[in-house]
Design a protein around this ligand. Structure first.
Ligand code: ADP
Ligand code: ZN
Length: 538
């Protein structure tokens, strides 16, 4: 344990041993090589550039520039480094003109070991001029590009400036670069390497497994708030946690409801005044047992070790987001829950958001694929972790610490119900050229002669009542599964009254199901037990 890196680890940071690939990464980068680092949240990415920065500074090689997209994050890191006796500073839009000038002068003087800067700041001619000067004097030790997935337009926080960071490699030849991220599927990985021109960088890919997190994805019942309340009261009373909701309104409602139930909950979303957001964040970080109810505006760079649960009341966009958001639980390595509820409406909403956006067809195709992967995870009846890791390219065994491993779900064969639902959609459309929402379709399948059914003459369809044995919950589960398989599409339809609603359509993927070539196994949730004994038809 006598390498210079170990000494820095112990003397500066107070840690006895490196974790995972840290040492190999540090050796590579301190030695002047490029690296692309994929490590889960909490894995210890910061040391991977902080220690090389200190080592290279000690060798007289100058300053390390850390590109980071988040001011709060920079601030925390700089504070921690200074406390450890490392000369660090940051340059961002939160500084006054005079403060920024002081930092720039310090940089030129060689006063810092690490300088954190936002990408848009790094890319200014003024800043590049300072770097040119340092480079000419051999005083530019290293570039670290944090949150490197921001370079990818497929990722959840694409930042166009990140693409231009490739110029650092061209303009400052010989200065090593390290790019780091906590989330990247194969596609994003390729994007990072290409977008930052790091194709030749050595790749360090850590396992993405977070064994202490127990994944649970459940069906949304009629009162999701009650489900959440129940979950918190029964399993996490007094624990710190994060509840993610999709909209600001939902954040407010949920926080209110939790407070009324005596839970110390605070809202957080981009619509709140900055000071209030800060106050809430500080309380969450400092106090014990605060539940933060938030949109995804909350979380990046939040390093709170003892978050005992992350709950999702709405579906995240894709598996990367789900992984990153749930990854905020249990950073201390102790048991934590990732709990999510979702329903048919969530799936419909997500599909429609993709179809209704004015993005390019290519972009939509990628988004569709990502949503399908998430829905497949949500509908899975086998190990969640295995699927999650497989998505990040890792093979693994059933984990024993997810809902499906702990309590293998009973499954029922939804193939017949799916065929009946799909042929109803087909017949309705063939008869009138119209598409309908799930409620009406279910009425036809279950043989309910509602006003609307009679008005359209749908009681005369050959599929009227063919699925009378299925409950609404079962048919909803079938529709969810079909949507997750892209065997069902969503189309927004406008009414004469100026409203609009979602209707279901057939897709190319419907055919194999209609023909009975694709079997549909569905989890048998308590809400979806058969109305009568399931009758099997061929
Ligand atoms: P990441 O950026 O990958 O999410 P951090 O760099 O913030 O992770 O590290 C997560 C936590 O682990 C921090 O509190 C950090 O101090 C700690 N840590 C990192 N490396 C080590 C190590 N080798 N030994 C002990 N603690 C470590
Ligand atoms: Zn499992």
């Amino acid at each position: 344990m006598s390498s210079p890196f170990h000494s820095i680890l112990l003397d500066v940071f107070g840690y006895a041993a490196f974790r995972g690939a840290q040492q190999a990464i540090i050796e590579r980068v301190a030695g002047g090589g490029d690296a692309l680092v994929l490590m889960p949240t909490g894995g210890g990415k910061s040391l991977c550039y902080q220690i090389p920065a200190i080592a290279r500074q000690q060798r007289g090689l100058g300053v390390t520039v850390v590109v980071s997209p988040l001011i709060a994050l920079m601030h925390d890191q700089v504070g921690a480094l200074r406390e450890a006796g490392v000369a660090a500073a940051c340059l961002n839009s939160a500084l006054s003109w005079q403060e920024a000038l002081d930092v720039e002068q310090g940089l030129a003087r060689g006063a810092f070991t690490l300088l954190y800067a936002a990408p848009e700041r790094v890319l200014t001619e003024r800043f590049l001029g300072l770097l040119d000067d340092l480079h000419a004097r051999g005083q530019l030790a290293l570039f670290a590009i944090d949150e490197a997935h921001c370079v990818s337009q497929w990722g959840h926080d694409f930042r166009p400036e990140y693409r231009q960071l490739a110029l650092l490699g061209q303009r400052y030849a010989g200065v090593p670069r390290i790019a780091l991220t906590a989330t990247a599927d194969e596609l994003t990985r390729g994007d990072i390497a290409q977008g930052l021109q790091l194709q030749a960088a050595e790749r360090f890919i850590s396992s993405f497994d977070r064994p202490n997190i127990r994944y649970r994805l459940e069906e949304k019942k009629k009162e999701p708030l009650q489900q959440l309340l129940h979950f918190i009261e029964r399993e996490h009373p007094g624990d710190a946690g994060v509840v993610y909701c999709q909209s600001r309104k939902r954040v407010e409602q949920t926080a209110d409801a939790l407070c009324s139930a005596g839970i110390d909950a605070l809202p957080y979303h981009a619509g709140l005044p900055a000071e209030l957001r800060q106050t809430h964040q500080d309380r969450f970080l400092r106090e014990e047992g605060v539940v933060m109810v938030a949109t995804i505006a909350f979380g990046m760079g939040i390093d709170k070790p003892d978050v005992r649960f992350v709950a999702h009341l709405d579906l995240p966009k894709n598996i990367e987001s789900y992984y990153q958001e749930t990854g905020r639980a249990g950073r201390d390595g102790l048991a934590a829950d990732a709990w999510l509820v979702y329903g048919l409406q969530d799936v419909v909403n997500q599909r429609r958001m993709i179809e209704g956006s004015d993005a390019s067809e290519d972009f939509k195709a990628v988004m569709r694929g990502k949503l399908d992967a998430l829905l497949a995870l949500a509908e899975a009846t086998d190990c969640r972790r295995q699927r999650l890791l497989a998505y990040f390219g890792e093979q693994s065994q059933p984990c024993g610490n997810c809902d499906n491993c702990l309590q293998p779900p009973a499954v029922w064969d939804g193939t017949d119900a799916a065929r009946k639902l799909l042929s109803t959609i087909y017949r309705v459309h063939a008869a009138s050229g119209l598409t309908f929402g799930m409620g009406h379709l279910m009425d036809i399948v279950r043989g309910k002669g509602t006003d609307k059914v009679l008005q359209h003459g749908h009681e005369r369809l050959s599929t009227f009542g063919v699925g009378a044995q299925y409950s609404e919950a079962q048919l909803r589960a079938v529709a969810r599964q079909l949507l997750s398989l892209a065997a069902l599409g969503v189309q927004r339809v406008a009414t004469e009254a100026g409203h609009s609603f979602d209707t279901l359509t057939l897709t190319a993927g419907s055919r194999p199901v209609l023909r009975g070539e694709q079997q549909l196994l569905l989890r048998q949730s308590s809400a979806a037990t058969p109305a009568k004994k399931t009758r099997r038809t061929g």
